[in-house]
Design a protein around this ligand. Structure first.
Ligand SMILES: [Zn+2]
Length: 228
């Protein structure tokens, strides 16, 4: 299970730390569905920067290690809070995105869906991408505050947590629902939890292992240790 902390090493700011996105942008003004409906142009001035930062970032050693562990049969699937597609780009095959992603954006009026490469062109052309069919401002298929989480992804995340012998948490403080629930489910079903995160998490005292350090360095070392 991965959170923003695995992608900060790719230069993507997290949300909740003192240098995170919410320190600079008020989430009520930029990340709620009500804010989007009230002033989509303003929200897009923020999201255009986000799209550029996310698409210019590259997967780091942490993402690559997770993909390697999956190829080795040691990681069953990745549940991620991240919307940045870096697990995909690193080669992970089974990625469950509980907060959606920037892979597509949708028209809230007519339902047309636009892939990322078209969105990049639309954003570059106008800053505020509009639906080619009906003219409505498009919304990234990222879960905004006040929106429901995608049920199939949430259900799958819970299933994976219950069936995991080990839930490896990387780069998440485990503060945000639904991922905050997953370690409890793993332990209740007889599994264990290990955590790699800079700073405390809500599950530190019940994890079998907690490493306070870099996701990239720690997971690369894990891959090496497993290979030898
Ligand atoms: Zn439309």
């Amino acid at each position: 299970m991965t959170g923003a902390g695995i992608s900060t090493e790719s230069g993507i700011p997290d949300f909740r730390s003192p240098t995170g996105i919410w320190a600079e942008y008020d989430q009520q003004e930029y990340a709620t569905i009500d804010a989007f409906r009230a002033d989509p142009d303003k929200v897009w001035r923020f999201y255009a920067l986000r799209f550029r930062a996310l698409t210019e970032a590259e997967p780091n050693a942490g993402h690559l290690a997770v993909a390697e562990l999956e190829r080795a049969g040691l990681v069953g699937a990745v549940v991620t809070q991240n919307i940045d597609l870096l697990h995909d780009r690193a080669g992970s095959r089974d990625v469950v995105e509980v907060h959606g992603s920037i892979r597509t954006s949708s028209c809230l009026r007519c339902g047309m869906r636009y892939p990322l490469d078209e969105m990049i062109v639309l954003i570059a052309d106008s800053g505020v991408p509009r639906c080619a069919e009906c003219g409505e401002v498009l919304k990234p298929d990222v879960v905004f505050f006040g929106e429901l989480l995608p049920k199939p992804a949430i259900d799958r995340a819970h299933e994976l947590a219950r069936s995991a012998r080990l839930l490896l948490v990387v780069g998440s403080g485990l503060e945000v629902w639904p991922v905050s629930m997953l370690p409890d489910e793993t332990v209740a079903a007889g599994g264990e939890v290990a955590i790699v995160n800079r700073g405390p998490t809500t599950f530190d005292d019940r994890a079998v292992l907690k490493i306070d350090g870099s996701a990239g360095e720690t997971l690369a070392a894990l891959v090496q240790a497993v290979a030898s």
